[in-house]
Design a protein around this ligand. Structure first.
Ligand SMILES: *Cc1c(COP(=O)(O)O)cnc(C)c1O
Length: 511
């Protein structure tokens, strides 16, 4: 008989006696923040054996995903999980939402970007939206999701929560700090529960504005009066991480089905990394027993993760954020690394290390700890110039590689992987970063993404996907761009307008 497993969540930095030391999945999803500034993380990962993998050799993506979620035994009904997974029916190919493409003899790409907003964020946020909205309805509670985006999270969050009951989203983006396509994906999202606001400034300004809003007494008091709770859809939310574990299994089985490996062979997974959510999914899959030899972490010039994996030193103290051609990886404080520390070294040590990081901007793992990290991970960083060269090389072999995915061609160069089967997780469609693509392929300096899309499509002999082409024809639903100090009043105006009971005008409801 198989031992029963139930996924329980505990706190990465231990318990302060004011919060629950253990919660189930639904609560970890609704309030991810734990004692001492930690996060809720699984106490233990379940095991998956070769029999399980063999049983699911011919399962569809959704069948495999449901079997895994049921194996985790989280406190969400099967029918709701099923509805959440049905979101993959809206991907390009409902029967194969994550195609695994062969590029070369030992080189494969899992395309995680075939969802509605053309980036891998859809893999998790699409089903997450269904689950969060369902939990909110069960609790009869209204939630506001506040998000500041540098480009990919905003569109994916807006798309998944559009017209979902009990959820409102206010999304801040830096005016001029995203690609045209990313901005249009946000400002054309027309639904009464969504508000998109451009900020004069860069992504840091948008994030700082969000932080000050969260700690504003007047804002929180008004939320209370309106009976609206705050929730978050950011990348530490385990409600997102859990869906990023599932495709690791799918991709492995796809390679078996395609005759490239036999069950039990170990593969190398290469991941363009920022907040380490995608990589964490692979880490947990490996812990559970999926045959993964190594997880290769690709960074750009913000190579804090590469340094951490190679030397055991996580050091922010001498770094400033550098703007690169892979902006979704322009991150220094990679939030999900904390869960790796917790899983390998426990809560006491995690709290100590994270305290050092907060106080000194750095920590150093000891030799034994670092050995454990480098047994699982390797890493390399890729400059913008190297990335452009990889995009050109792939283009010459008729493959369009986005600038984030391109960084993985650097990790693939490691001699130790020459005899391995290498799988690259591709995180975005080229169309989201058309100007960078046009520059890499044609040495152009296009005046807009629209020009760049036409140029790259014509060079490659491909069509611009309809969802992208349509963006330029749709009306702008959210023209608003404001200064930081006006954000609070704009969001409150939106909440007050959308809080009116249906059919009652603001005048007649005043008391
Ligand atoms: C979010 C994102 C990443 C980084 O993923 P993490 O899970 O945060 O490491 C990489 N590439 C693209 C295109 C993304 O949108």
């Amino acid at each position: 008989m198989q031992p029963l497993f139930q996924m329980i969540f505990t706190e990465t930095r231990g318990n302060d006696n004011t919060r629950p030391a253990q919660v189930r999945f639904s609560q970890a999803l609704l309030s991810p923040i734990a004692s001492f500034g930690g996060i809720y993380s699984p106490e233990k990962m379940p095991a998956i054996d070769e029999d399980f993998l063999r049983q699911h050799l011919d399962s569809s993506y959704k069948e495999l995903a449901l079997a895994l979620l049921e194996h985790f035994d989280i406190d969400i009904d099967s029918t709701i999980l099923q509805q959440a997974l049905d979101r993959y029916d809206h991907f390009d190919n409902a029967s194969d939402p994550v195609p695994v493409i062969k590029l070369d003899n030992r080189l494969f790409v899992s395309e995680l970007y075939h969802g509605p907003t053309r980036a891998f964020k859809d893999m998790a946020l699409q089903p997450f939206g269904v689950i969060l909205s369902t939990l909110a309805q069960q609790q009869q509670q209204q939630y506001l999701i506040l998000t500041a985006t540098s480009g990919d999270t905003g569109p994916a969050a807006l798309d998944t929560f559009r017209n979902r009951a009990n959820i409102r989203v206010a999304c801040l983006y830096p005016q001029g700090g995203t690609s045209d396509v990313q901005r249009l994906q946000m400002v054309t999202e027309d639904a009464s529960n969504l508000k998109v606001i451009g900020i004069h400034g860069n992504f840091d300004d948008a994030q700082a504005a969000l932080k000050s809003l969260l700690s504003s007494p007047s804002f929180n008091q008004r939320l209370n009066e309106l009976n609206i709770s705050l929730s978050a859809a950011n990348s530490v939310n385990f409600g997102r991480i859990i869906f990023q574990m599932l495709y690791q299994f799918h991709c492995y089985l796809a390679l078996v089905r395609q005759g490239e490996i036999t069950l039990g062979d170990k593969i190398v997974i290469h991941i363009p990394s920022g907040n380490f959510g995608n990589a964490l999914g692979a880490f947990y899959a490996r812990r559970m027993g999926l045959p993964i030899a190594k997880i290769a972490i690709a960074s750009n010039a913000n190579n804090v993760l590469t340094e951490w994996i190679k030397t055991g030193s996580y050091d922010l103290s001498k770094r400033d954020l550098i703007a690169t051609t892979s902006p979704a990886m322009d991150i220094l404080k990679s939030s999900n690394v904390e869960r790796v520390l917790f899983e390998l070294f426990g809560a006491v040590r995690t709290r100590e290390l994270m305290r050092q990081l907060d106080a000194d901007g750095r920590y150093q793992l000891d030799a034994g700890e670092q050995a454990q990290i480098s047994e699982i991970f390797t890493a390399a960083d890729c400059s913008d110039e190297e990335g452009s060269e990889f995009i050109r090389q792939a283009f010459n072999k008729n493959y369009l590689l986005d600038p984030h995915t391109a960084t993985c061609f650097k990790t693939c160069q490691a001699p130790e992987f020459a005899d391995r089967v290498n799988l690259i997780h591709s995180t975005a469609e080229w169309t989201k970063f058309a100007s960078i693509m046009d520059n890499a392929i044609n040495a152009n300096q296009p005046e807009s993404d629209q020009v760049a899309l036409a140029s790259v499509a014509s060079s490659a002999g491909v069509e611009i996907p309809q969802v992208i082409a349509n963006l330029f024809k749709q009306p702008i639903a959210h023209p608003l761009v404001v200064d930081k100090q006006d954000i609070e009043s704009e969001i409150l105006k939106f909440l007050e307008a959308s809080n009116q009971p249906v059919g009652v005008s603001p005048q007649s409801s005043s008391s």
